[in-house]
Design a protein around this ligand. Structure first.
Ligand code: ZN
Length: 302
């Protein structure tokens, strides 16, 4: 099957030609706000922002709410001719998939009053590029929205976004660059333990309290007499997150960081090895020697 569209080379000329088509469409048909300007929405908004102006409690809408009245809501579908959405899709298809930074200039002609129902129109103002930026090459897309009551213009918004193609990064992972843990008199016993393939949990010799991370004094009885117990090396994932940025020396991203609950009754933060961790998964400690002084502990699904 031949598809003339997918065979099209989506280069700069193609992008600028599509942009001209969107610009030539001009302003969209007015779209009516879902609801008239209303006091409950104003109340919620001023409470969230922290406004105290008594006028906003009595039928006047803060002008900065202009955009609120014509929000699309949670429905992800957009009108086919929405110039911002259309231009974004066009750039997506050409590989400019990422958005960084937006710039928004709003102009208010007058405040709205409860009961008024606005319309919005939008048009594509410009597509400028390609620009080389620190994050990759991209195009600045500028749209203009206009809000009206009947034929009267009440507010406008110029909205600019950088749509860019993420620069290809070849992550060169040099494990020797892995960040070494901080070590001091409170933590030295822990890192001596990992070198021997065990997890040591600080224990108060006076009252028996186990704690992690370790510290100089028992938080329960305030004794400074410390020892440790050796943990079983088993745990369960209490919580976790995925780290995407910034790049970490010696690490391949993304990586998963977990809060591991140990059966001994403490929790510790550690890197998770393997795919698709889930809360409640059982994990085992595993060790990696980084150099003669440092062995790190990771957690792998049992
Ligand atoms: Zn104690």
């Amino acid at each position: 099957m031949s598809d003339p569209i997918t065979e099209q080379v989506k280069d700069h000329d193609w992008i600028m030609a599509r942009a001209e088509e969107f610009k030539a469409m001009g302003e969209t048909e007015p779209r009516l706000a879902r609801d008239p300007v209303n006091q409950p929405m104003i109340n919620n908004w001023v409470e969230a922002i922290g406004h105290q102006d008594p006028r906003f409690a009595d039928g006047m809408a803060p002008p900065a709410m202009a955009q609120v009245w014509t929000m699309y809501g949670l429905d992800p579908t957009r009108p086919a001719k929405d110039p911002l959405h259309g231009t974004m899709q066009m750039l997506d298809s050409a590989g400019f998939t990422s958005v960084l930074g937006t710039n928004c200039d709003q102009v208010y002609k007058r405040a709205l009053k409860v009961g008024e129902q606005v319309t919005i129109t939008s048009k594509l103002d410009s597509v400028v590029g390609p620009k080389k930026t620190g994050v990759g090459e991209g195009y600045f897309v500028t749209t203009v929205n206009t809000w009206r009551v009947g034929d009267e213009e009440v507010a406008t918004m110029l909205f600019r976004v950088l749509k860019f193609k993420p620069a290809a990064r070849a992550p060169k992972v040099d494990k020797s660059k892995t960040i070494r843990p901080m070590r001091n008199r409170d933590t030295e016993f822990f890192w001596e333990g990992t070198k021997q393939g065990e997890i040591r949990i600080s224990k108060c010799n006076a009252c028996g309290e186990l704690r992690h991370p370790p510290g100089p004094m028992c938080p329960v009885c305030h004794a400074a007499d410390r020892g440790y117990v050796v943990a079983s090396g088993k745990g369960t994932i209490y919580s976790f997150l995925t780290h995407h940025a910034p790049q970490l020396p010696g690490k391949e991203l993304p990586l998963q960081l977990g809060l591991i609950e140990l059966p001994e009754g403490i929790r510790m933060v550690g890197e998770l090895i393997g795919e698709d961790p889930a809360i409640g998964d059982e994990v085992d400690a595993t060790y990696e020697k980084i150099d003669d002084d440092t062995t790190l502990v990771y957690w792998r699904k049992s």
